[in-house]
Design a protein around this ligand. Structure first.
Ligand code: GLN
Length: 276
C-alpha cells in the first residue's frame, strides 16, 4: 500500500466519528508513525509503506476509533508555541488557555517576578510563561503526584519549582508572590454528564470537576490568595464560558476590588484578571 492509499484508507475510516477532522487526523497518524513532516508525506505519497509501520498504524487506529484522543496515543500535545508531553494523568491543553497566557504576558511588565501556577497539571502555564520571561520564577503546584511527574518533564528550564500539595497547603503565607495563574477544575456536576465521550472516558476527572456548581476552587482561591500575594498582586484564572458573572461575584464578596473579564478567540468569557 502506498502512503497516498493509506491516507485515503485512514480518512475514510475516521470520517464517521470525526467528520471534518478526519483528513488532518489521518495525516497526523502517518506523520507521527513515519516520523515525517506534512510536506514529506505528500512528496512521498507514491512510496510503499512498510509492514511494521502499517501494523503500528493499525494499533493506533484501533485506539482512536474507540475514542481515545490522539494526544494521549502519541503522548504529546501542542500548546501556545511548542509541544508538551502529556499522558492520561493530565488534561489535554486547550487553545482556550492560550488566552490566559496572553493576558499575563500583556499585563505583567516587570522583568523579574515570582508567581504560583495553581493546579499546574502538565505544567504548560508555568513552562510557557517562564520561557517567555526568563526573569520570572514559578512555583507549580498540583495535588496529583502523577500529574507532576509529567509536569517535571515539561518544566525543566530551571525557573520552576514543582510542589505536590492541595491548593496553597505547602506555601508559607508570607505575601511573597507577584501574581498567581491557574486553570482550576471548573466543570459543574450537571455539565460533567454532558461532556464529550472522548473527554469523560479519557481525561482525568479531578482536573475537570469543580464541585456541584463548578465554583469550589474559585471560592478557595478567593478566600486564601491574599495570604500569598504581595499587596499589589494579581490573579489570572481561566473560567468556564458561562462563569463570567458567578466567578467575579465570589471575588467581589471577598472584597477583591478590580476585576476584569477577558474573552477568548471565540468571543466567550475565558479569563478573570483580578487585582488586589
Ligand atoms: N476547558 C475544559 C473543558 O471544557 C475544562 C478545563 C477545566 O475544568 N479547567 O473540558
Amino acid at each position: 500500500m502506498t502512503i497516498r492509499e493509506l491516507l485515503h484508507n485512514l480518512r475514510e475510516r475516521l470520517i464517521p466519528s470525526m467528520s471534518d477532522l478526519a483528513q488532518s487526523e489521518a495525516e497526523a497518524i502517518i506523520e507521527q508513525t513515519l516520523n515525517i513532516t506534512k510536506a514529506l508525506l505528500y512528496i512521498n505519497a507514491p512510496k510503499i509503506v512498510d509492514k511494521t509501520d502499517l501494523k503500528r498504524i493499525e494499533q493506533i487506529m484501533e485506539r482512536r476509533l474507540r475514542g481515545e484522543p490522539l494526544q494521549y496515543i502519541f503522548g504529546k500535545a501542542f500548546f501556545y508555541d511548542r509541544e508538551f508531553f502529556i499522558d492520561e494523568n493530565v488534561l489535554i491543553p486547550r487553545p482556550d488557555t492560550e488566552t490566559l497566557v496572553e493576558a499575563v504576558i500583556n499585563t505583567e511588565k516587570d522583568d523579574i517576578a515570582r508567581f504560583i501556577d495553581i493546579g499546574t497539571g502538565s505544567g504548560i502555564l508555568a513552562a510557557v510563561l517562564t520561557a517567555h520571561r526568563p526573569g520570572w520564577t514559578a512555583v507549580a503546584i498540583d495535588v496529583s503526584y502523577k500529574a507532576l511527574k509529567t509536569a517535571a518533564r515539561n518544566c525543566s528550564n530551571g525557573n520552576i519549582h514543582i510542589l505536590c500539595c492541595d491548593m496553597f497547603g505547602a506555601i508559607k503565607p508570607e505575601k511573597q508572590f507577584d501574581f498567581i495563574v491557574g486553570n482550576p477544575p471548573y466543570i459543574s456536576s450537571a455539565q460533567m454528564a454532558g461532556l464529550d465521550k472522548s473527554v469523560v472516558n479519557y481525561e482525568p476527572h479531578t482536573a475537570l470537576r469543580g464541585g456541584d456548581d463548578g465554583l469550589d476552587y474559585y471560592r478557595t482561591i478567593s478566600s486564601q490568595a491574599k495570604m500569598y500575594l504581595k499587596d499589589s498582586g494579581r490573579l489570572y484564572l481561566e473560567i468556564g464560558y458561562d462563569q463570567g458573572v458567578s466567578v467575579p461575584k465570589i471575588f467581589t464578596d471577598d472584597d477583591w476590588k478590580d476585576i476584569a473579564i477577558i474573552k477568548d478567540l471565540g468571543d466567550r468569557n475565558r479569563v478573570v484578571l483580578i487585582k488586589f
